[in-house]
Design a binder for this molecule. Structure first.
Ligand SMILES: [Mg+2]
Ligand SMILES: [Zn+2]
Length: 167
């Protein structure tokens, strides 16, 4: 069977972007997000987040902070018996201050290394689509030849329609 997969950008696609969001108390799911994740989960769709988190290179928060925040996202989702299957993030930035993360990488969107990593998990036996809010999300998806959709206000209807027509 062909696995159905959705890749989500994180900030302003699934959760509210407070600007370098990493504190658990700042986690706020955008409207219709949980409903949409529940729908996809019920239909056996695997879900991944692919996100740029240059706040790590810039020294605003640590790798540990980010991992904690991502576990907290799944903890909140666990109340609804759903989860994000994987969090792939780019901690880099070419103008960062934390040396080991400060270089021009291949994973910061619009680059597509993280999307390729998701693809690799399924060895081509997957239908994958991506949702995001920025042109860099779209460019990354296009590089990986994946269908891309900008998150719409009516996210739940959009998810149902994309599921029906493209997965
Ligand atoms: Mg975003
Ligand atoms: Zn990177």
């Amino acid at each position: 069977m062909i696995q159905k997969v959705v890749i989500f950008d994180r900030d302003n696609t699934l959760i509210k972007d407070k600007g370098y969001t990493y504190k658990t108390r700042d986690l706020k799911f955008l409207p219709q997000t949980i409903r949409s994740i529940k729908f996809l989960s019920k239909n056996n769709v695997k879900m991944f987040i692919v996100t740029n988190q240059s706040g790590i290179a810039k020294g605003f928060f640590s790798l540990k902070d980010l991992k904690k925040f991502h576990s907290y996202i799944n903890k909140r989702l666990s109340k609804y018996k759903v989860k994000i299957n994987g969090f792939l993030f780019c901690p880099h930035h070419k103008d960062g201050v934390i040396k080991k993360f400060s270089f021009q990488c291949k994973c910061r969107k619009p680059e597509n290394l993280l999307i390729e990593k998701v693809k690799k998990k399924f060895k081509k036996k997957a239908n994958i689509v991506m949702f995001g809010d920025k042109i860099s999300d779209r460019k990354a998806a296009k590089k990986s030849k994946i269908k891309f959709f900008y998150r719409k206000k009516n996210f739940f209807d959009q998810i149902k329609s994309v599921y029906k027509n493209h997965l």
